[in-house]
Design a protein around this ligand. Structure first.
Ligand SMILES: [Zn+2]
Length: 102
C-alpha cells in the first residue's frame, strides 16, 4: 500500500492536522501570523520556503498575466483577472506551504 501523503500539514506537537481555514487565514494581513493549533495551542511559523511558495502562487501569476499575457486593452479588466488569478493561486497554498514549530 502506498502511504497517502497528507495534503495539509499536521501540528508538530499533537499531530492533529491544521484546518485549511486556519492556514489560509494566516496568509492574510501584512505579516504572516503564526498558526495556532486548534487542539493544543502550539504556535507554528511559516518557513522561508513557504513564504516563497505563497509569493510564487499569488503575486507571480498576477504579474505575468498583467505584464505579458493579457489580451485585453482594458486596464481594469486586466487587473481584475490578475487579482482573480492571485486568488485562485492562494486557494492552493495551504496544501503546499509547510510550517515549523515556533
Ligand atoms: Zn497541536
Amino acid at each position: 500500500m502506498v502511504k497517502v501523503v497528507r495534503a495539509v500539514q499536521q501540528c508538530k506537537k499533537c499531530n492533529v492536522p491544521f484546518s485549511w481555514n486556519n492556514i489560509y487565514r494566516s496568509f492574510w494581513g501584512w505579516v504572516y501570523k503564526p498558526i495556532i493549533c486548534e487542539n493544543c495551542g502550539m504556535k507554528h511559523r511559516i518557513t522561508v520556503s513557504g513564504r516563497f511558495i505563497v509569493t510564487l502562487l499569488t503575486i507571480l501569476p498576477m504579474l505575468i498575466f498583467v505584464n505579458f499575457l493579457s489580451p485585453f486593452n482594458n486596464v481594469l479588466l486586466t487587473f481584475s483577472i490578475g487579482v482573480f488569478l492571485a486568488f485562485i493561486g492562494s486557494l492552493l497554498t495551504p496544501f503546499l506551504v509547510r510550517f515549523k514549530g515556533a
